[in-house]
Design a protein around this ligand. Sequence first.
Ligand SMILES: *Cc1c(COP(=O)(O)O)cnc(C)c1O
Length: 466
Amino acid sequence: MRYISTRGEAPALGFEDVLLTGLATDGGLYVPESLPHFSLEEIRSWRGLSYSELAFNVMHPFVDDAIPADDFRKMLDETYSVFSHKAVAPLVQLDSNEWVMELFRGPTLAFKDFALQLLGRLLDYVLEKRKQHVVIMGATSGDTGSAAIEGCRRCEHVDIFILHPYERVSEVQRRQMTTVKGDNIHNIAVRGNFDDCQRMVKESFGNQGFLGGKTQLAAVNSINWARIMAQIVYYFQASLALGGPDRSMAFSVPTGNFGDIFAGYLAKKMGLPISQLVIATNRNDILHRFMSGNKYEQHKLEHTLSPSMDIMVSSNFERLLFDLHGRDGQAVKTLLENAAKGPVSIEDYRWRHARKLFDSDAVDDKSTCDTIREIHEQNEYLLDPHTAIGVRAARNCRRDRSVPMITLGTAHPAKFPDAVAESGVTVKPQLPAHMADLFEREERYTVLDNNIAGVQEFIARHWKNA
Ligand SMILES: *Cc1c(COP(=O)(O)O)cnc(C)c1O
């Protein structure tokens, strides 16, 4: 399998290189040159498989001969055995034909574990083979950092440096990052905001001179193709559990960077019958505004009760734009260069095509709280604020009640106790047993000034062979 850039100029790469690369050299994102397609008969034959067996069937065409089949199977078994539920991605019923898929049974209680637990293992495997080392540098407003740290803590060939804004992440989120033990784990609290952290990461990728040529940076944010790939699997899993592929499914997906929902779009293109995909955003609604009015325009960042979806631009949307433009990299390049300067639109027929693929809704904090309360009253079931946005959008956009509607449950409510309290539900969400002592564990992190030279110097001094 070869991967090409959405901006058409960077060289095509194989799976291993795509894994180790962040952005393509032309500023684009890598996508598979062609997608595998599965027949209904083949998908039907996967009924009853374990999650990791299904994951192998869905993902091995993408990995191809980069990893021998037996090694890849073993890696998947290990990856998904650390989840705290035998089904890995269990479904919970909300109403007749309405479901939540709980994607928060992994070690850090958010869906990002599905991809990052695998990514850590993939990286270490490929680096071992190549006798190489990488430094992962990432910025986080919460969930990505802890999932990446957890996914890389056993990696021998990876040092990981995660920047978070000092005193601006929730205590649960901070402790999930800073209490993980390991010599290769480095938490940096930057005296600045999330954008400051992200800017430092971007600039460092652009100029890696501070590493002295002895190692290279690797990316763990959702521009990394392997993350998208791992997220395709659970769409198949949910469908098979509810009578697919002999009936269609509808999915509602709480969305920030358009990674998770893009995986659903790919599942559909790979042959899974999906009749509706709902983009569910919070007040940071650039995607909903585009879908409703064909205008892609950055607004100011709003801080909401669903911080993991607080974004101004949606990086993976570029991958969809590439398809909408008939995979014309030059057209995407021009469009996105213009989008950095001001609002842009696409040709009307392309936009109409996008509207056939997706429905969308934007849900504000009040409506998020109302939904947490409503579902708790109806079912005694607690939603986290991100999942609540998905459920609200699912109910607002639903077209056909005979089609199962599945909302992706992206985080455990105990990660966001303040939002639950604000909704008026008096029950406190409990951390699962394996994290019950989180508030007693020892924390390790370094506070640094909002200054890129200082941060780079810290990294250069602290990676393993420095
Ligand atoms: C990251 C995250 C999202 C958004 O996912 P994208 O793939 O960026 O769209 C939604 N909910 C939670 C809890 C998250 O951590």
